[in-house]
Design a protein around this ligand. Structure first.
Ligand SMILES: [Mg+2]
Length: 218
């Protein structure tokens, strides 16, 4: 049976926590606000499912909040911030192993696809994937249209798996009846992701290889 694995990028294959925190901190600094959360506090709140805009200090006026939202979009995918992302230690070896066992797809919501490709090339990630499915989060609310478009070209008998670190990844996988694998080291905690009832929770990306072997033997 042909097997396809859809991988999320941010928080699943790369660590984006430094980039996110740096953008948060820099914007507030430019607004003259210094009583920000520490990185650990910021990231703990994100892992509990809080929106970034809910993490602004109480002394932020409505004007500053609006500026924050605009500046966030302006900065979050700029190359000067993307350079704070890091590749997870196990990503390349896991993708190398899985590439021999399945078709690998990347599915991500990013506004700037040119900068996305620049980043993927920098990390040496591009060639592992048959296709890179990308849409702007300003245009689509979820990955559903991207994945639906691809699935329409596939045989219904194929086997599909999704690996991601957010509720969106798990929900879209369930919508299409895929095996859903939640990784718990990214933007959401295991407790938070449990509410979405993924088939597997993994604390390390390399465990996906074991899950695949396990489902092979079923
Ligand atoms: Mg993600």
């Amino acid at each position: 049976m042909k097997r396809t694995i859809f991988f999320d990028l941010d928080g699943t294959l790369i660590d984006t926590s430094d980039r996110h925190y740096k953008v948060y901190k820099d914007i507030l600094k430019s607004c003259g606000i210094s009583n920000t959360l520490s990185k650990q506090e910021y990231w703990n709140h994100k892992r509990e499912g809080r929106k970034t805009v809910e993490l602004l200090p109480e002394n932020c006026s409505e004007d500053i909040t609006r500026t924050f939202i605009d500046e966030w979009l302006e900065r979050i995918e700029d190359k000067s911030y993307l350079k704070y992302d890091t590749l997870l230690q196990e990503t390349l070896s896991v993708l190398s192993t899985l590439k021999g066992k399945a078709v690998l797809m990347l599915v991500t919501l990013r506004n700037n696809s040119e900068n996305l490709l620049w980043e993927l090339n920098n990390f040496g990630l591009t060639n592992y994937f048959k296709e890179i499915l990308v849409s702007s989060p300003l245009e689509v609310k979820s990955k559903t249209p991207l994945i639906r478009g691809y699935l329409e070209k596939c045989s219904k008998a194929d086997d599909f798996i999704i690996v991601g670190d957010s509720e969106m990844d798990i929900s879209v996988g369930k919508e299409f009846g895929m095996l859903t694998i939640a990784v718990t080291y990214g933007i959401r905690s295991k407790v938070f992701l449990s509410k979405y009832k993924p088939d597997y929770h993994l604390d390390n990306l390399s465990e996906t290889v074991k899950v695949l072997e396990e489902t092979d033997n079923r």
